[in-house]
Write a protein of this length. Sequence first.
Length: 187
Amino acid sequence: MTPPTLQETPSTLQETRPAPATTSPATTPPTTSLAPPAPPAPPAPRFPLARLRALCVELVKFGLVGGSGVAVNLVVFNLLLHGLGSRPMTATVLASCVAMGTNYLGFRFFTYRDRASRTKRQIALFFVFSGIGVAMESVLFYAAYQGAGMDGPLGSNIAKALSIVLASAFRFLVCRTWVFQHDARRH
C-alpha cells in the first residue's frame, strides 16, 4: 500500500489516499489494447459421477437387450439341436445369427437410441463385428462341446451360455465404440 500524500489546494492542505485495488494487476486487462474480448470459457467437464451413472445405465440397457438375445439364442439353439436334430455347430451358428438380428433392433431402438442415426455404415459395422462375435462364440462353444465333452443337453446349454457370455464383452466394446457412436454434431 502506498503512503498518503499531501496536496496543496488554494484554501488548505488535503490528505489523499490512493484508492484500494479491487483486482490484482495480473488480472486487470490493459486499457489501451484494441484486442476483442476473450471468448467465454468452455463448459466445465461433466462430473465423473454423472459419467459413471451414464455408463451404468448403458450397461443395464445393453444387458437387457443382450439378455433377450441370449434367450432367443438359447431357444433357437435348443430347437435346432435337440428338437430338429441339427448338428451342434450348425445350431450354434444359426441361433447366434437369429439373435444377432434381434439384438440389432434392440440396440438401435433402445440401448443406443440417443446416438447417431441409422446409416448403411452403422448396419455394416454391426453385422461385421457381430459376425466376429459369432465366430468367437462358435470357437468357444466348439472347445467346450468337443474339447471338454459338454455334449449332453445340459452340457451343451452350459457350453453355449459360457460362449455367449465371453463373446458379449467384445460385442459391448465394439457396439459402444464403433457401431453406435455419439453424433459429434450434437455435442
